[in-house]
Design a protein around this ligand. Sequence first.
Ligand SMILES: *[C@@H]1O[C@H](CO)[C@@H](O)[C@H](O)[C@H]1NC(C)=O
Ligand SMILES: *[C@@H]1O[C@H](CO)[C@@H](O)[C@H](O)[C@H]1NC(C)=O
Ligand SMILES: *[C@@H]1O[C@H](CO)[C@@H](O)[C@H](O)[C@H]1NC(C)=O
Length: 381
Amino acid sequence: MVQLSTLLTGAVGLATVVSAHPGHDVKAEAAERASALKSIRARGLSQCATQLKARGVEAESVARRDASLQKIRQARGLTGPLLKARDTTPLTTSHESNLTVDIDTDPSVLFASGGACVLAEDVTQGPYYVTGELIRKNLVEDQEGVPLYLDIQLVDSETCEPVPDVYLDFWHCNSTGVYSGVVASGNGDTSDETNLDATFLRGIQKTDTSGVAEFETLFPGHYTGRATHIHVLSHPADTTTNDNDTLSGLYTTTSSHVGQIFFDQDLISLVEASDVYNTNTQELTTNADDSILSQELADDIDPFVEYVLLGEDVTDGIFAWINVVIDSSQSTDVTPAAYLTEDGGVENPNSGMGGGGGPGGPGGEAPTGVPTGFPTGAPPS
Ligand SMILES: *[C@@H]1O[C@H](CO)[C@@H](O)[C@H](O)[C@H]1NC(C)=O
Ligand SMILES: *[C@@H]1O[C@H](CO)[C@@H](O)[C@H](O)[C@H]1NC(C)=O
Ligand SMILES: *[C@@H]1O[C@H](CO)[C@@H](O)[C@H](O)[C@H]1NC(C)=O
């Protein structure tokens, strides 16, 4: 049986330069995770799963995820019988999935929640967060890679109820391990200043009445020093929007949840062997070697998406789902690396990031084009 217990792993942006991900101290991030996990265990959130089941929320999720899966398969013309889902073997070891289901498999078996929902306490957002991104479901733009459809349900840690009407910010690197919107050493070609204006594989969706946001994107690639992951950040309930489908606010923003979601190593291997991904020359860090994930090996904690392949080949696409428990009473300041404007991307002079100058680069210098009086976020802690 697939297991739905979930933990989102937070990232922390710091000034220390580690490997090829400047502004990112993996050790400090891991330490934050360890202390967060302690309080999660203390709170016994596994009861949430039982409550969700009793309230019919799980049944709704099963029906919704099944409907989405069928719709996507139909739209993509995929009629083959084989789908493969992950199993519940330990998270950070490479393993073959052993749950093979076909199209007639009872959705309640495929999508059922076996375990607890677990939350990540608040931590900061990682070095490559960009505010001002577009509210949109499809994030692909002109990028190439394996289609990934993700169904994310937010659940409140106090009430165990779905959290509707919350904007969920979502970002990850492309199939060759580069983030849009940021020019920095370790993030692709630093001489390519146009990447500051790029918005691929970033976007925002509002959770519906069931607390659900769905994204259409690509499976992330990898970059040196970190296992394959996607960043997720929930915005406060009182967030307002602009006419151009963006959220209001500039460099200073708050969040009730920031974290990362992960993928089975099996799935990563399948994807990494496919076209485009296999041209990435950066070193692959496995889940087992990720210093943040290594802290999370507990039976009831699972920061990995559940998934099925949409067709017989991984390149047909992946449908994945995850429940994320957030503490909506929490509010944490987040400090973006840059801000998207109608004139393109603008670096946050106070983000603590090197502005393309490499490690020790001109992180604190005000870039040209920053409007006067532009609010700036607090320096990273
Ligand atoms: C699948 O793997 C899990 C965990 O290793 C194991 O408990 C289960 O029995 C396996 N199921 C089948 C059908 O082999
Ligand atoms: C990933 O993004 C970088 C920066 O825009 C780009 O140079 C690279 O070609 C992209 N990878 C693919 C496969 O398009
Ligand atoms: C969207 O509108 C806001 C408010 O007018 C503006 O500040 C921002 O630059 C615009 N963003 C984009 C991407 O056009």
